[in-house]
Design a protein. Structure first.
Lengths: 404, 613
């Protein structure tokens, strides 16, 4: 026993010592370091394809000679889905790893936490995936840029399509947290502006990933809607789609559904994917522009899988980071911010611009209908909705965003 | 009318699947007194295994139900492995210590599942023969729901037969009543414990396996279900299978009809029901008296006034911490601030848990209320940090005053779960009240005052507050108040006889512990610059529990060492892929080699050596 306990002591001591030694803070002058944070263990289904995406971008950038003549080096860390962890890691990346800027995050609240730290420490942060509108508007500031089309933008894309439907009685279903609330509020506002004759007859707010799908579908049925606006995703979506189908909820009812066309959410449904839903998403197999085909082929060759939405976001994030540093000509934070404002970046999904007014990228999303092909869900009749067309007026943005 | 019938039946179907998982947990707890956090992991494994087996077999009714059964049995076998390899070695550890080990199992299973099955969710096929819906007065009810509605009571009936008509069942019931007596009568306890664990794990696996036509297999199944089944078991009364069934039906129906009137209720319904039930019936619906969890007098080493050696060690530690900033880098300070604040948080839990025998599953409520108290003051009234740091413990102490009043009427696991209910109710208020708390987008911009915004200054501020807090808690532990609290822990009857008003003592201790947790939370908010509802979430409460137990619940230094160990470990290994696997294995290793916690076991080892010499 004594020896066993000694081993334990030694392990504990070693751990303490290990945590005392600052990270390899070697100020390597021959690389530019990027601090990257995401919820790799918290949400692997979304963040691992994302990691593949940015890794591919980094390989391409470095193979082409790097940035400013230096290689790009990404220090990537897992926040385990906890905002406090993300802040701690960001502090470490800034203090010990000497990173030029921070990038990443998936959850909205974690994006906001890192964004607030970036403001306090005066470090550039390129938010990749968080959807919250607040990160560029109510809580926006000069140190944070955001890539992915936001909740508002995607809701606006769907409101456009929804307005074209004859349906007048609408019901909504959304996970009960800020993202769901924002998505419903934006959609309602925009649809009512276009279609004053529309009324919302029911709303359901299942707890995130804990939907009681049968009861919820039944409750929606009772309201007899002509159309349903769905914001649930992941396992909630799968449960809801299955129960709704079995209970006849979707018969003669139009469904407009946020993010459902993203492979992350469509693939798990397999042949059970809903058909004819109007969705935002990313039909990676169907986009055949030369830029996108090159990206898809490279991705397939590297990972033997099709790119997910996370992959394209990760890829575009790192390409944007490289473009920002190149345009700035240095890794000085103020120079990078100046360069990034209004910067246009070429990408597999087309060019996008970081708007100077609110630091939101104009990267768009694909809007179309779901269908099942070869036993897998996909999108048909889709078009690319350019993000620039689905943002509020500059005046409204100025009202929401605090002046720097 | 037919709508309400179908909604009712839908509620029953949900209840049935909840019951299958919950009854296993209840059985395991009844006999072994283990609070098994890994029960959700068994449920998840059941679903993954069933989906995998079903996919390899030709489609058919027999292959479907066969797969479900095989999956449940395999999960039962996994349960046996966990019991024999891990839990059997630590039955004699202080009560509840085993939950740390099961927490380790949760981490291991999460990463193994990810490694074996990959990250993506997958929706299985509908059950053959049950793939459409029955028409009830124009409303459609899935056939599979009908099957579940039958399966729930069928399992309940089979369990009843098993427990009342077999010798094994009689022994298990006897062990539930008094396991020492059963042991004294010459029954092989080990075998009973192992077989009970097998049955419990099997039922969890079955619960997961029958879910595959209803929900996709996903890596979040384990944590999503675990809180829910605990609630069901507690509402029903720990150890009562019929109670678990009743509770599942109540929850299922309240949810089915609740969302018709108030859809937002989904967030908190479960915990509201539990709080109401526990306030009215302190042992759940059908719970029997005195299935106590908590300190057992015989096992507890008395806490002694710190001797010169301890005082010297504390002085040295303080001196080292005070000198660290002179040579340490910025990030080390960030890390040490986090360790210190969580150490104070853990110490405050230890104050009621170690001294009062009151185990709380919801201690994060006070941490979070402190953090939000401070943050709200800053955001809404522009308070300076100094004022906010006074408000933080005040708010948390007040919460302790309210929550504590209800909680002290309960004991054991019921106390723990009512604390959890309050924490979850507080969490849902913060989560939902967007205008004030920002909901899950949290409150931002909570940075320290100018003079403390420098990392050195904030480090020393934290060091002084935490050291002061820990010393004050110690001082109280050795005051008459602390002795009276321990007297109540060890023998409520005797302390009552000598005139101690135990409830008042306990109530006061909850207020004090709450205030210190709130102080830690307030400082924590300023150290991070932002606060989110997860500050009072279940994982945060579990962190505190694990820190206290890992360090050693019977020692004063335990919570501090536990906090340092857990955070140090997490920070050191979270750089690796599959770090949860490593963390889980290390936690299990510590549990098995140091069943009295790190400090407790070291103490014993030294004491043993001294005796030998």
């Amino acid at each position: 026993m004594v020896t066993r306990r000694r081993v334990l002591w030694a392990t504990a001591a070693a751990t303490m010592l290990a945590s005392l030694v600052p990270g390899s803070a070697a100020l390597a002058a021959d690389t530019i370091r990027i601090g990257e944070i995401n919820s790799y263990s918290g949400l692997p289904a979304f963040t691992l394809p994302y990691r593949n995406g940015w890794e591919l971008a980094v390989e391409e950038i470095n193979a082409a000679g790097g940035v400013l003549g230096k290689q790009l080096e990404v220090i990537s860390r897992d926040d385990a889905g906890k905002p406090a962890n993300a802040v701690k890691i960001a502090e470490e990346l800034i203090a010990n790893e000497n990173v030029a800027l921070l990038s990443g995050t998936f959850f909205s609240h974690i994006g906001l936490a890192v964004s607030d730290l970036a403001k306090q420490r005066k470090v550039l942060f390129v938010a990749a995936e968080p959807l919250t509108d607040a990160i560029v508007w109510e809580k926006g500031h000069k140190y944070t840029f955001r890539l992915r089309p936001s909740t508002y933008m995607q809701a606006a894309m769907l409101a456009d399509e929804a307005a074209k439907l004859p349906a007048k009685r609408w019901a909504t279903i959304a996970p009960n947290y800020k993202y769901g609330q924002d998505a419903v509020t934006a959609f309602k506002e925009l649809l009512l502006a276009k279609r004053p004759d529309v009324e919302f007859v029911d709303e359901q707010w299942p707890a995130l990933f804990k939907i009681d799908a049968g009861a919820t579908a039944q409750a929606l049925l009772a309201a007899k809607p002509e159309a349903i606006y769905n914001v649930t995703f992941g396992s909630d979506l799968a449960k809801f789609a299955r129960e709704g189908k079995l209970r006849g909820l979707f018969e003669n009812v139009s469904v407009v559904s946020l993010l459902t066309g993203e492979p992350e959410y469509l693939d798990p449904l397999g042949a059970d994917a809903p058909e004819g839903w109007i969705v935002t998403g990313y039909p990676s197999t169907e986009i055949n522009t030369p830029e996108h085909t090159a990206f898809r082929d490279a991705y397939k060759a590297r990972y033997d899988a099709l790119p997910m939405l996370g992959s394209i976001v990760g890829y575009n994030t790192m390409k944007a980071v490289a473009a920002i540093i190149t345009a700035a000509g240095s890794t000085d934070t103020d120079a990078m911010i100046k360069a990034a404002e209004g910067l246009t970046v070429q990408s597999p999904t087309g060019p996008f611009t970081f708007r100077a007014i609110d630091h939101q990228a104009t990267m768009g999303a694909y809007v179309g209908k779901t269908a099942v092909k070869n036993g897998m869900g996909t999108m048909v009749d889709w078009t690319y909705a350019d993000g620039a067309d689905y943002l509020p007026s500059d005046e409204e943005v100025r009202k929401m965003r605090p002046a720097d | 009318m037919s709508f309400f019938v179908v909604q009712f039946l839908t509620g029953l179907a949900s209840a049935a699947s909840l019951f299958l998982v919950a009854c296993g947990l209840s059985i395991i707890f009844g006999v072994t007194r283990i609070v098994n956090f890994a029960h959700g992991s068994f449920y998840m494994l059941g679903a993954y295994l069933a989906a995998t087996i079903v996919a390899t077999l030709p489609v058919g009714i027999f292959s479907y139900w066969g797969s479900v059964l095989v999956a449940a049995l395999v999960v039962g076998l996994i349960g046996i492995v966990v019991e024999i390899v891990v839990l059997r070695r630590i039955y004699h550890a202080p009560e509840l210590f085993q939950l740390v080990a099961t927490f380790g199992v949760v981490l291991v299973v999460q990463d193994l599942t990810l490694a074996i099955w990959g990250p993506a969710d997958k929706l299985g096929p509908l059950a053959p023969g049950l793939d459409s819906a029955v028409n009830i007065g124009g409303q459609l009810l899935p056939e599979y729901d009908v099957a579940l509605i039958i399966l729930g009571p069928a399992v309940l009936g089979l369990l009843w037969l098993l427990f009342h008509r077999t010798r094994w069942g009689t022994l298990v019931r006897a062990a539930t009543q008094d396991r020492e007596m059963v042991g004294a009568l010459g029954v092989n306890q080990r075998r009973i414990f192992t077989s009970v664990f097998f049955l419990g794990a099997c039922l969890a696996g079955l619960g997961g396996a029958v879910q595959i036509p209803r929900e996709p297999i996903s890596l979040m199944m384990d944590l999503n279900v675990i809180a829910e089944v605990f609630v069901v078991v507690v509402i029903g009364g720990m150890g009562s299978i019929l109670g678990a069934f009743l509770a599942a039906v109540i929850i299922g129906e309240l949810n089915a009809f609740g969302i018709l009137i108030f859809p937002e209720i989904t967030l908190v319904l479960l915990f509201l029901v539990m709080a109401v039930v526990l306030v009215i019936r302190p042992r759940g619906l059908l719970g029997k008296p005195e299935l106590t969890v908590g300190a057992q007098p015989a096992q507890i080493a008395a806490i002694h006034l710190p001797g010169p050696a301890t005082k010297l060690a504390m002085g040295v530690l303080f001196a080292v911490l005070a000198l660290v900033p002179l040579f340490a880098g910025d990030f080390l300070l960030v890390l040490l601030i986090e360790v210190m604040l969580l150490a104070l948080f853990a110490a405050s839990l230890h104050f009621i848990m170690g001294n009062g025998g009151m185990v709380s599953f919801g201690h994060a409520a006070y941490f979070g209320i402190g953090a939000y108290g401070a943050a709200l003051a800053v955001v809404h009234s522009d308070s300076p940090m100094e004022l906010a740091l006074v408000l933080a413990p005040t708010a948390a102490g007040l919460a302790g005053l309210v929550f504590g009043w209800f909680c002290v009427r309960l004991s054991g696991v019921y106390f723990a779960m009512l604390s959890l209910a309050f924490a979850q109710i507080a969490w849902s208020v913060v989560f939902q009240w967007y205008e004030v708390t920002g909901g899950d987008d949290g409150l931002l911009g909570i940075w320290p005052s100018e003079w403390a915004s420098d990392r050195f200054a904030f480090y020393y501020l934290s060091l002084i507050i935490v050291a002061g807090g820990v010393l004050m808690l110690r001082r109280m532990i050795f005051s008459p108040f602390g002795y009276a609290l321990r007297a109540g822990r060890d023998s409520p009857l005797r302390s009552d006889a000598i005139g101690i008003n135990l409830r008042h003592q306990q109530w006061a201790s909850i207020v004090i512990a709450g205030a210190f947790a709130g102080l830690a939370g307030g400082l924590y908010a300023f150290s991070k610059g932002s606060v989110f509802p997860d500050a009072m979430s279940i994982p945060r409460s579990v962190d505190a529990l694990v820190m206290v137990l890992l360090g050693g619940v019977d020692t004063l230094a335990g919570p501090l060492v536990g906090a340092a160990a857990l955070i140090g470990l997490e920070d050191a290994i979270s750089r690796f892929d599959y770090w949860r696997l490593i963390l889980g294995l290390v936690i299990i290793l510590i549990c098995v080699t140091a069943p009295n916690g790190i400090v407790g076991s070291l103490k014993l080892a030294f004491a043993g050596r001294r005796e030998r010499e």
